[in-house]
Design a protein around this ligand. Structure first.
Ligand code: CO8
Length: 258
């Protein structure tokens, strides 16, 4: 593993854990942190021993309170353009399932980062929001698009136009948060889910993620074709034979990622 200054990286069996680690700044996302995050996620993505990745924030107050306002305040459009938005594109391309374990504030870029993940678990006190409007800008890492695709136009407009925070509980009822858990249980619950996902057949997991994400990019007809091709493709894997054989023989499948 590379040396990082703004994140912590650890492993728990087949689960990789990345912790945003600027707790004094509420894990504000400066360019260095987002670039390190993309590096760490890609490293786990290449690692066959890892089947699922958890992303969380250091400290009890925040997952991430947004882009680093102090870093951005004097920047020009070109500074911003050259500053490292490629890192976000790299995070979008991670093949393995990402679970956001949201402990506290997930605001602005922090909310957008959680929405880059495939599942979101949050503590009871977690607060999500896109408060960019309060500082004279708008979301820039997908907030308007991902919220609208999940919550629809009207709730998204209110969140983006008022900047008001929204609770994890409400987002759970709206389908943007998978589970709300007590504060002390967050990592345990995220690990339980991650271990379950990491124990499945890796190629099926990768193609399942790819197929679900296709729903956000394509027409229904194209999405159905992508799903069906991926389904057919899995009949070329040893894990498919093993999974079906194990079912018939009434035993646990032993997947090898082949
Ligand atoms: N950037 C930089 N520093 C921050 C940020 C931030 N986003 N959030 C908090 N901090 C710092 C504070 O300045 C403070 O530092 P110091 O002790 O040196 O004064 C420290 O963290 C603790 O914060 P507070 O004292 O403010 O803590 P409170 O408990 O009083 O308040 C809040 C917590 C409500 C979360 C408050 O800190 C807050 O409103 N933060 C800003 C939230 C925000 O506006 N986020 C959106 C930023 S813009 C954005 O994300 C655009 C995304 C574009 C794409 C992504 C590009 C990377």
């Amino acid at each position: 593993m590379a040396e990082y200054t703004s994140i912590l990286v650890e492993r728990n069996q087949r689960v990789g854990i990345v912790t945003l680690n600027r707790p004094k700044e509420l894990n504000a996302l400066n360019f260095q942190l987002v670039s390190e995050l993309a590096d760490a996620l890609e490293e786990f993505d290449r690692d066959e021993a890892i089947g699922c990745i958890i992303l969380t924030g250091a400290g009890e107050k925040a997952f991430a309170a947004g882009a680093d306002i102090k870093e951005m305040a004097d920047k020009s459009p070109v500074d911003m353009m050259l500053g490292g938005f490629d890192s976000w594109a790299r995070i979008r391309k991670i093949h393995k399932p990402l679970i956001a374990a949201v402990n506290g504030y997930a605001l602005g870029g922090g909310c957008e980062l959680a929405m880059h993940c495939d599942l979101i678990i949050a503590t009871e006190n977690a607060r999500f929001g896109q408060p960019e409007i309060l500082i004279g800008v708008i979301p820039g890492a997908g907030g308007t698009q991902r919220l609208a695709r999940t919550l629809g136009k009207y709730r998204t407009m209110e969140i983006v136009l008022t900047g008001s925070p929204i609770s994890a509980k409400e987002l759970e009822s709206l389908g943007l948060v998978n589970h709300v858990v007590p504060q002390g249980e967050l990592l345990n619950e995220a690990l339980k889910l991650a271990h379950k996902i990491a124990s499945q057949a890796p190629i099926a997991t990768r193609l399942a993620k790819e197929s679900v994400l296709a729903a956000f990019e394509t027409s229904l007809e194209e999405g159905l074709a992508i799903e069906l091709k991926n389904f057919f493709l899995l009949f070329s894997t040893e894990d498919m034979r093993e999974g079906m054989r194990a079912f018939i023989e009434k035993r646990q499948a032993n997947f090898q990622g082949k």
